[in-house]
Write a protein that binds this ligand. Structure first.
Ligand code: PEP
Ligand code: MG
Length: 734
């Protein structure tokens, strides 16, 4: 390749060599052009006049199929394949068999390399691997702009300077303005074939050692001393010690590749095999591995991870996907936001971003191709959108919105040390929901009374195996320490359905929200639940503890769960360990059936917390995760309010504490309605505490209660507007 002098000659030489070596009559290279078109760039065997004339859309024909799915195909009888598209100008009708591999880089197809034979030939795995190695070299040359100018392969709308809005999903909330930094490190592998295999192996070992040290340094950084971020990095570090993967690289290098080509090859192999998987756990592992691969390549090519000098002061990082360590490579003082083409709210990078308090929009299609470095970008996590090159007036209104938000924050901060007491002196208990250690810092910041719902499943989801009792106990003890005397309600594992734990196995329920989840798993896998309860007892270490069981639908379930807890208490006593003092046991009221078991239930619990997110979906049979129906039924509908009122009226004489911890509790108008029907404790996301406290402090609860009593006895009518008018008339801040 180094010898050839022009594009035609280079590619011509490649196809000739491949055809000879593989004893194929045809070898062709198709490269991607603007508009997702694959163009024939070189061929040995097909009609030469078809070069630069034959074009296929990505997805069209077998070549287009290989590019679209970025995976190899080997067919002894290609013409009978449903995707076969015949192009008369090529003269390919006489070739029966076909093997093709995508020319991929960073998961993107840049072209396709194909061989064809007249006979019905079976191509073996080794031949496909050889083609993949050649494709990898081609990919590097393409990425370096050797064949097609990078501009020519850009998406059409990426070239314009027009503003663009890209919709994605919210991974973390907030709004940020800044300038784009494209995260693809674009490491061109200059040399693929090793001159001295021993030396290449040594280079690889030394790079691996270097990466190990880098990660250890990150782990030493003081904000990574504990918590999930640390654990994520530790899991990540384990990769570099993974024997299977190390062997894979060593094998590739031993077969004659340079260290960098071997690393890339090992990663490409894994991605080809797992790349189509939609399993979030596998996708997460892949992006960890991609992170690691990039790190090794950077070390091997001697480039800095990120050159800080070249980066703007207000960085919005744009990436396909990212591992957690990669995000931490960026200077935190300058990092404003993150946009990903992939990613999910549970992905490791999102969890780390949340800890850094930057907005992230994920699943934003094709942003890497549509955004140029230095473009001005708005990451609007709140509305799950990215504005690219926004017009001046749009930018101004976003600045205003950010300002207004900061002002509101200041106002709520001023309320922090004032009690959530209504104008007629009713003290409301205002708590926050949490799920990560990092959330605990908000407890003091927003001045919450305690944690009304600690969702224990979140830390479980980022681990690769079930945490043992000690690891769990450590975590819960930290939560209790950080709460510093304020009460914390620990909810036992609420997994299943869409919250899949990799080590419990996928459930594949047709109807996950109503499937095998939460307490149902806990009771079917008592050892798992007992370990969690044991860890909680251990963590409390004689201090107060509140345990709450999720998704209880039948009093019998509470009794069974309670028995498991009692076993753990007995176990602790037998061993001379202190038991929690006091211990409070409660349930989440999420399943409507519980409403008709209250007399019995309330005799057996210390508290009930109403999870309106699930309750609403079960009451109205409307999936909370389905955007078509999720907001179809108003949480202020008389049906829900009457049900809640019924529960309140039962709980009060029974002396059982009642709280509401669904999203509804955090919205001022809804919170107003809840207080007016007799709820006295709310738990919500930390950001909602300020607005709800402002509402409470401006409310005359006596008035609101009478108003609500009258409103609920009316024939069914929408309550939202009625409440808004009431609030406006009575100067209630909603
Ligand atoms: C609820 O269902 O209202 C609730 C608070 O629990 P989660 O959102 O975790 O299901
Ligand atoms: Mg729930």
């Amino acid at each position: 390749m180094a010898r050839a002098d022009s594009v035609e000659n280079t590619l011509g030489e490649v196809v000739r060599l491949v055809a000879n070596e593989m004893v194929a009559e045809v070898c062709s290279i198709y490269l991607l052009r603007a508009g997702e078109v694959l163009e024939l760039f070189a061929t040995q065997g097909l009609n030469p006049s078809a070069v630069h004339r034959t074009r296929l859309r990505v997805g069209e024909g077998l070549v287009g199929d290989i590019a679209a799915h970025a995976r190899p195909l080997a067919l002894a009888d290609a013409q009978s394949h449903p995707q076969f598209a015949y192009r008369p100008e090529t003269g390919e009708e006489i070739y029966h068999s076909l093997a093709g591999v995508p020319i991929v880089r960073a998961g993107r197809s840049l072209g396709v390399l194909v061989v064809q034979n007249r006979t019905r030939r079976q191509y073996d795995e080794e031949e496909i691997e050889t083609l993949q190695t050649i494709a990898m070299v081609l990919a590097e040359l393409i990425a370096a702009g050797h064949f097609v100018s990078p501009n020519e392969v850009q998406q059409v709308d990426g070239l314009g300077l027009l503003p663009l809005r890209v919709d994605g999903v919210q991974l973390t909330p907030g709004v940020a303005i800044g300038h784009a930094v494209l995260h693809e490190p674009r490491i061109a592998i200059q040399k693929v074939v090793a001159e001295d295999v021993g030396q290449e192996l040594a280079r690889f070992e030394s790079a691996a050692h270097g990466v190990r040290e880098d990660i250890d340094r990150m782990l030493e950084a003081h904000d990574m001393q504990s918590g999930e971020q640390r654990e994520i990095l530790e899991t990540f570090r384990m990769f570099i010690d993974d024997r299977g993967w190390l062997e894979r690289v060593r094998e590739a290098v031993s077969s004659g590749l340079t260290a960098e080509a071997g690393v890339q090859r090992a990663f490409d192999d894994v991605r080809t095999r797992l790349g189509q998987s939609t399993d979030p756990y596998i996708r997460e592992r892949l992006s960890d591995l991609q992170d690691l691969t990039n790190r090794l390549l950077l070390r091997l090519t001697g480039r800095a991870v990120v050159d800080p000098e070249s980066l703007p002061d207000d960085m919005i990082v744009i990436a396909r996907d990212m591992g957690p360590a990669e995000l931490l490579d960026y200077d935190r003082a300058r990092l404003r936001g993150l946009v990903l083409e992939e990613g999910s709210a549970q992905s490791h990078v999102a969890i780390v971003a949340r800890a850094l308090d930057i907005p992230v929009v994920g699943r934003a299609p094709d942003v890497l191709a549509r955004i140029e470095p230095g473009d001005s970008i708005v990451v609007d996590g709140d509305n799950a959108q990215v504005l690219v090159r926004p017009a001046e007036d749009v930018l101004q209104s976003i600045f205003d919105a950010i300002d207004a938000r900061a002002q509101r924050r200041r106002k709520y901060a001023a309320l922090r040390d004032l009690p959530p007491t209504t104008r007629d002196q009713v003290r409301i208990s205002l708590n926050m929901n949490a799920g990560l250690l990092i959330d605990m810092q908000h407890l003091v910041e927003v001045g919450a009374d305690g944690v009304g719902l600690y969702r224990t499943e979140i830390p479980f989801m980022v681990r690769s195996e079930f945490p043992d009792v000690d690891a769990q106990a450590w975590l819960y003890a930290r939560v209790i320490d950080l709460a510093d005397g304020r009460p914390v309600v620990f909810r036992t594992l609420d997994v299943g359905g869409d919250k899949v734990l990799p080590y419990v196995g996928a459930f594949g329920d047709d109807n996950p929200a109503m499937g095998w989840r939460a307490i149902r798993i806990g009771l079917d896998r008592p050892a798992m639940l007992r370990r969690q309860l044991r860890a909680l007892v251990q963590a409390a270490n004689g201090r107060p503890l509140s345990v709450m069981f999720p998704m209880i639908a039948d009093v019998g379930e509470l009794q069974s769960a309670r028995r498991l807890l009692d076993l753990e208490l007995e176990r602790a006593s037998r061993r001379g360990q202190p038991v929690p003092q006091p211990l409070r046991v409660g349930v989440m009221f999420e399943v409507p059936a519980l409403a008709w078991q209250l007399d019995s239930l309330l005799r057996q619990v210390d508290f009930v917390s109403i999870g309106t997110n699930d309750l609403l979906q079960f009451l109205y049979a409307a999936d909370r995760g389905n955007s078509r129906v999720a907001s179809r039924y108003d949480s202020l509908s008389p049906a829900l309010l009457r049900l809640l009122h019924f529960v309140v009226e039962k709980a009060r004489p029974a002396g059982v504490d009642l709280a509401v911890c669904g999203e509804m509790a955090g919205r001022p108008v809804e919170a107003l309605a809840l207080l007016a029907i007799g709820v006295r404790a709310l738990s919500m996301s930390p950001g909602a505490i300020g607005p709800v406290k402002a509402m409470i402090r401006s409310l005359d609860l006596g008035e609101a209660t009478s108003f609500m009593r009258a409103a609920l006895s009316q024939p069914d009518r929408p309550m939202r507007e009625t409440l808004r008018l009431f609030a406006a008339d009575h100067a209630i801040e909603i």
